[in-house]
Design a binder for this molecule. Structure first.
Ligand code: NAP
Length: 234
């Protein structure tokens, strides 16, 4: 089999960058994308020094033109795309009560976390269909669970991650005849800029579930949310 090609979004730092590292260690050619060119190039160069097969492409997932340019690039350079990890995300109301935000906070969050994830998935599916192979992984969170709605903060983030669970299930059904598996990953509470220093999980641990889902064999589950190789009910 040819070396698989993967695109990872929001990969200049945190879990996304670690997903690139772990995929490269599994002999995948990785296109590390980030909206900030300088930060993206810097992350790529760190991984390249570790002998990872990683290249950079600039991508803001809220920008339709940039998504199309990436697809054209992948099509002309590789003629295939095997893996998409929708990692990019924002947590705009991490410490804010729902009564202190306004609808713009929710709108902005949805623009990135939901619409960006959807637009990326929709854009890569035709490329995946051509090869009758694809793995799409959406970064969700246990904060989308109905039992986690009472800590007083994070309404916009919870709306987005719940929407990602729904999107994962509905889109996976739409591509079930093409050997394209779409799953959501809960990485756990991970030490990143978003997760903070007190989080219990390392980057390495946080990237394990998304990388496992990105490299699932044929006939594996699709449409679910997983943590630590176990399906979770939301
Ligand atoms: P992070 O350190 O804040 O990194 C988020 C990444 O997303 C950054 O690279 C950021 O780029 C990028 N990004 C944001 N908006 C973007 C856009 N419009 N286009 C492209 N990239 C964009 O977060 P993380 O902790 O690594 O989290 C990664 C994913 O895991 C997120 O989806 C998050 O919700 C999810 N998650 C994290 C945890 C946790 O405990 N850390 C738990 C559950 C789920 P800039 O550097 O340019 O801002």
């Amino acid at each position: 089999m040819e070396k698989p090609i993967a695109v990872v979004t929001g990969a200049n730092r945190g879990i996304g960058m670690e997903i690139c590292r772990q995929l490269a260690h599994k002999d995948v050619t990785v296109i590390l994308t980030a909206r900030d060119e300088v930060k993206g190039e810097a992350a790529t160069s760190i991984l390249a020094k570790e002998n990872c097969d990683v290249q950079f492409y600039q991508l803001d997932i809220t920008c339709a033109d940039q998504i199309q340019k990436l697809i054209d690039y992948v099509q002309s350079k590789f003629q295939r795309l095997d893996i998409l990890v929708n990692n990019a995300g924002v947590y705009l109301d991490q410490e804010l009560s729902p009564l202190s935000i306004n609808a713009d906070t929710i709108r902005q969050s949805i623009e990135t976390d939901v619409c960006g994830t959807f637009s990326m998935s929709k854009a890569v599916i035709p490329l995946m269909k051509k090869n009758n192979y694809g793995r799409i992984v959406n970064l969700s969170s246990t904060l989308s669970f109905s039992v986690n709605m009472n800590d007083g903060v994070g309404l916009s983030y919870k709306i987005c991650k719940a929407a990602i669970n729904v999107m994962t299930a509905v889109l996976s059904d739409a591509v079930k005849d093409y050997n394209i598996l779409i799953n959501a990953a809960a990485p756990g509470w991970v030490r990143t800029d978003m997760g903070g220093e007190q989080a219990p999980f390392s980057l390495k641990e946080g990237a394990e579930t998304p990388v496992w889902l990105a490299t699932l064999p044929d006939n594996s589950p699709s449409g679910g949310l997983f943590f630590n190789r176990e399906r979770l009910l939301w």
